[in-house]
Every structure is written in structure tokens, then in C-alpha cells.
Design a protein around this ligand. Structure first.
Ligand SMILES: [Zn+2]
Ligand SMILES: [Zn+2]
Length: 362
């Protein structure tokens, strides 16, 4: 360690049995290839709640959080080209950068180093971002310097949900002029709304069940926002598109019901890009009627994506923000100090007021 005299820190830990608590922990030691980062801003994700609730396997005693902007304190051997004090974006998924998948695809989307699913190390395999200090694995492949023009808030929203929403559009291969319907307008869906516009969609239809989310959709560039509690979304989209339906539907919630809605919104030979996190229990069904999976011969493509990490993607995301191409920082609607993180989780879970992302400061 050496670079700091501090020996203990606060960290918000999954305690098992649906509980989490703030604990005093040792500052992490870094191993070869890792970097020690002092948290400047972290944010809470629905995945953190799913870990606490047991819907995504977690390990009791592990620090939660995987959305991080920080400052480098120290790097271990094997990490070159970085300096203490540097402000960095840390992707939520941290691919190894060295396996065959990573070498063929810098986003590391197929990386399963250390037995992870999609390079998701933080908060499941190792301590995560909701602490004063974080040991970042595969630092050389992931630490992304942040340009001075980019704020911590603009950067942190990309670490997980932002990158996922962009990936939903990228993997759909949406063409300029296409109609896209995005089911779910939480942080992931809103990032997809922004990405669809950037990618040149002709018509962007946003769907949610919460009025303040639909307001944000319009603010961030949707052409129309549909409240699924008020209208029959499939029928309205049929009418709005003259019967064509969506070339691309994006599922950004992660429930069997929203998956079905998205499936029914896709035209024959269209693409359903599914990025909602369904958890690891239960199953999805594919109804075979003409409006859904079309007997399996409708040429619909269903694709999934993770939250791509790696510094090459990080560099391009930061580059777009630096030059004013988009700004998702309005999604940070609340800020709490780490000492009050329990209240932050509560607010994020209960949504008693409009909340997209809750930022955590040291
Ligand atoms: Zn996340
Ligand atoms: Zn890898």
C-alpha cells in the first residue's frame, strides 16, 4: 500500500439474508495487475438490490456496488501508463483483456475470466465500489482516464446502465431511419433512447409505466412516450407505424411480461435486443402466435448484451461526452455521502419520489 496512511475505510457490505450494512473494513491490498482507486463518485444499480434480495448470487461479506469514478492511489506491477492522482472511469464489467474473447473483442463481452458471467467481478466475486477505496482488477485493460471536460456524474452513469443501453442499440444494428421501441425507461432504457437518436433512428418510441420516467424519455429525445398502464402499447405502436411495427425493440426492464411486450412490438425479421437483467430464476416463454414468435419462422432475431466494459469502449464513451454528443448526468437525481448509504439504498428501492440514479460520495 504505502501510498496512503489510511488503514481502514467504510464499505457497504452484502450481509446475507436480504440485508446490507455499512462496516469498517481494511483498505484493500492490491495484487499484481490491480489498481487501488479512491472513490470520488459511485452509484447504486438495480443489480445491487438483486444481490441483496438473492436474485443474483452474491457472497455475504462482499462490498456492493460496481459503478465507479475515482482517483488512482496506487498501481501494482503489470499496470503501466497510469499515475497516482489520475481521475478514472471504471466500467462495471472489467474484462481481463487477455483471454481469447477479449483479444477478439475489446469490449470483453464474452470474457469469463475467474468464472464470472460477462466479466462482472465487482460485488459478486470481489469487493465492489460502495467503499472509500476499491481494488480494480485487470486495471490495465479497464481504467479509463477521464477528460477534464467530463464530469464525474456524466461518467459514472455510463459505467453500467449507460453502457448497457448503448450496447442494446449497437448490437441491434439499428439502421438510420429505423423505428425503435424501447420498453422500460429506467437508466438502461433511457440510455438506449439517447443511443437510438445518436445512431440515427427515424422514430423513437419509449414505453414505461411511471409518468416521471416517461417525462424524462421526452426530455432525452424520444418522439413519443407511452404509458403501458394507460394504453395497449402493441395496438398503439401498430397504429403509429401504419402496421409496420418496430424494426428494433429493446427490452430494458428484465421481466417475462416486458420481454413479451417487446417481442410483440418487433416486426417480422426485426430484432429484439434484450438487455434487462431477468435474474437467474424462472424462465421466459415464446408464444408462437403470429404477433409474437410467429411459429418460429418469422425471422425475428433475439439478442442479448451485457454491459460492455474495457477501456477502449470507455475511451469512446468519454470522447462522445467530451464533445457534447450526449449528457446522461440528469439521471443522477440524488446524492448521499457514503456514511448515509443505507438511506440512499432505501430511497432507490422504494421510489417514493422520482429517482433514476443515486450518487454516493465519499
Ligand atoms: Zn449496474
Ligand atoms: Zn477476457
Amino acid at each position: 500500500m504505502g501510498a496512503t496512511a489510511v488503514r481502514t475505510m467504510k464499505g457497504y457490505v452484502f450481509a446475507g439474508d436480504g440485508r446490507a450494512e455499512l462496516r469498517e473494513l481494511p483498505v484493500p491490498e492490491i495484487a499484481s495487475g490491480e489498481a487501488l482507486v479512491r472513490m470520488r463518485l459511485a452509484s447504486i444499480c438495480a443489480t445491487d438490490l438483486k444481490i441483496i434480495d438473492g436474485r443474483i448470487p452474491g457472497r455475504p461479506g462482499t462490498v456492493l456496488g460496481h459503478e465507479l469514478v475515482g482517483e488512482i492511489v496506487a498501481v501494482a506491477d503489470g499496470v503501466r501508463g497510469y499515475a497516482p492522482g489520475q481521475r478514472v472511469y471504471v466500467p462495471g464489467d472489467t474484462p481481463c483483456g487477455q483471454c481469447y474473447e477479449c483479444l477478439g473483442n475489446a469490449n470483453g463481452r464474452g470474457c469469463h475470466a475467474d468464472g464470472t458471467i460477462a466479466a462482472f467481478h465487482f460485488a459478486t466475486q470481489r469487493d465492489g465500489a460502495h467503499a472509500e477505496y476499491v481494488a480494480v482488477p485487470y486495471a490495465q485493460a479497464n481504467l479509463t482516464p477521464i477528460p477534464d471536460e467530463v464530469t464525474d456524474e456524466q461518467a459514472v452513469v455510463m459505467a453500467c446502465g449507460g453502457s448497457t443501453g448503448f450496447a442494446a442499440v449497437e448490437s441491434s444494428e439499428l439502421r438510420m431511419g429505423d423505428t425503435v421501441a424501447i420498453v422500460g425507461q429506467g437508466p438502461v432504457g433511457l440510455a438506449a433512447t439517447v443511443a437510438a437518436r445518436l445512431r440515427g433512428a427515424g422514430y423513437v418510441i419509449a414505453v414505461d409505466v411511471i409518468p416521471w420516467r416517461l417525462e424524462m424519455s421526452m426530455r432525452l429525445g424520444a418522439d413519443v412516450a407511452l404509458d403501458a398502464t394507460q394504453v395497449d402499447v402493441v395496438e398503439i405502436v401498430r397504429r403509429l407505424t401504419g402496421g409496420w411495427m418496430a424494426d428494433v425493440a429493446i427490452e430494458a426492464v428484465g421481466t417475462p411480461q416486458t420481454f413479451l411486450t417487446a417481442l410483440r412490438l418487433v416486426r417480422p425479421a426485426g430484432v429484439l435486443s434484450s438487455v434487462g437483467n431477468y435474474g437467474m430464476q424462472g424462465s421466459l416463454t415464446l408464444p408462437l402466435d403470429a404477433g409474437a414468435f410467429m411459429g418460429g419462422i418469422g425471422e425475428k432475431r433475439i439478442i442479448t448484451s451485457t454491459s460492455p466494459g474495457g477501456k477502449e469502449r470507455g475511451r469512446r464513451l468519454m470522447h462522445m461526452i467530451e464533445h457534447g454528443k450526449f449528457d446522461l448526468s440528469p439521471l443522477i437525481t440524488h446524492r448521499f455521502p457514503l456514511g448515509e448509504i443505507g438511506a440512499a439504498y432505501e430511497l432507490f428501492r422504494d421510489r417514493r419520489e422520482p429517482v433514476f440514479k443515486v450518487g454516493i460520495r465519499p
